[in-house]
Write a protein that binds this ligand. Structure first.
Ligand code: NAI
Length: 298
């Protein structure tokens, strides 16, 4: 057994922590010595309404267990206000867990502008807003841990979730770029794609599966990624039901045409099997490694 990982002296913001996965993350950090900002506007699953009760209740739970926490009831789209709560209450921020989210599932041909915009706003813009407000503090102190929350719906695509999938994969792009920008300042940025029972999934999965998908099964990965001892950055992980795995990009070895311009759609068609063959596949992780492929001559 290793020693318990602790967050004493660390200030952790968990967005959307009034329920579901975020609540579990907040309770875990609170129980392990962190000072926690429990953000949640307490709205409905599709983004309507608002109540301070959800976040307040989690703060009470953390305090009742001997931990330290404050509530913030702003939308993540007001990221500066979320981070201001951390600065006002605890003087700094060390960890941001971007978890808040809603769903508005609808097939693309029926999707309204509002269905699209609201999802981009809360998931992608909200994640950016909170992270951007915390960023100068993390840079200044030369330390930060950021955990983003994406979804298999974004990674793999899913019927009826174009708005959600686009926003969720946008978050992966944001995380990848921030991992590079944060590297020299000891700011690590990782992304999880959870799968767990919550109000978000209770109508999606069958009961037998929901019983296995405990929301508290996500927090151990978040805890590790948020810890100072964790060197991982720019990672993407699937997590749920006691399972954790890392994802990466895979690129086929590809086909190099003789010249750089003298080939036609017919040549592409002729070589399609080779272009899409994953024998000898590569796993680029940076822009530079991406460029090596086009610089190759054979
Ligand atoms: P949930 O609906 O139980 O919790 C989301 C929380 O975010 C709610 O408490 C809600 O009030 C809060 N929230 C919504 N909009 C907000 C805003 N603008 N500002 C602040 N708080 C806001 O859902 P769940 O399942 O706990 O989801 C957590 C995260 O995990 C979400 O980002 C979701 O997209 C993601 N996720 C969950 C999966 C699952 O299987 N449960 C699958 C893939 C991704």
């Amino acid at each position: 057994m290793t020693e318990e990982l602790r967050y004493d002296g660390r200030v952790v913001i968990v967005t959307g922590a009034g329920g579901g996965l975020g609540r579990q993350h907040a309770l875990m950090f609170g129980a392990r010595g962190a000072r926690v900002v429990v953000n949640d506007l307490g709205g409905g699953q599709t983004g309507g309404g608002g109540s301070s009760a959800a976040a307040d209740k989690v703060v009470e739970e953390i305090r009742a267990a001997g931990g330290e926490a404050v509530a913030n009831h702003d939308s993540v789209t007001d990221g500066a206000r979320v981070v201001a709560t951390a600065l006002d209450a605890f003087g700094t921020v060390d960890v941001v867990v971007n978890n808040a989210g809603i769903l508005r599932d609808v097939s693309f041909h029926k999707m309204t502008d509002q269905d699209w915009e609201l999802l981009q706003d809360i998931h992608l813009n909200g994640t950016c807003a909170v992270t951007r407000a915390a960023w100068p503090v993390l840079r200044e102190k030369g330390y930060g841990r950021i955990v983003m929350t994406t979804s298999a719906a974004g990674i793999y695509g899913n019927f009826g979730q174009a708005n959600y999938a686009a926003a969720k994969l946008g978050i992966v792009g944001l995380a990848n770029a921030l991992a590079e920008e944060g590297r020299a300042k000891n700011i690590h940025v990782n992304t999880i794609a959870p799968i767990a029972a919550s109000r978000m999934t209770e109508t999606v999965f069958p009961k037998e599966l929901l019983d296995r998908l405990r929301p508290e099964a996500i927090s151990p990965l978040v805890g590790w990624l948020a810890h100072e001892a964790c060197a991982e950055t720019k990672g993407l992980f699937e997590v749920g039901a006691g399972y954790i795995a890392k994802l990466r990009w895979e690129r086929s070895h590809g086909h190099r045409f003789g010249g750089t311009t003298d080939f036609t759609p017919d040549d592409v068609a002729r070589h399609w099997a080779g272009i899409t063959d994953f024998t000898d596949a590569e796993h680029p992780t940076t822009m530079n490694e991406s460029l090596t492929a086009v610089q190759r001559t054979a």
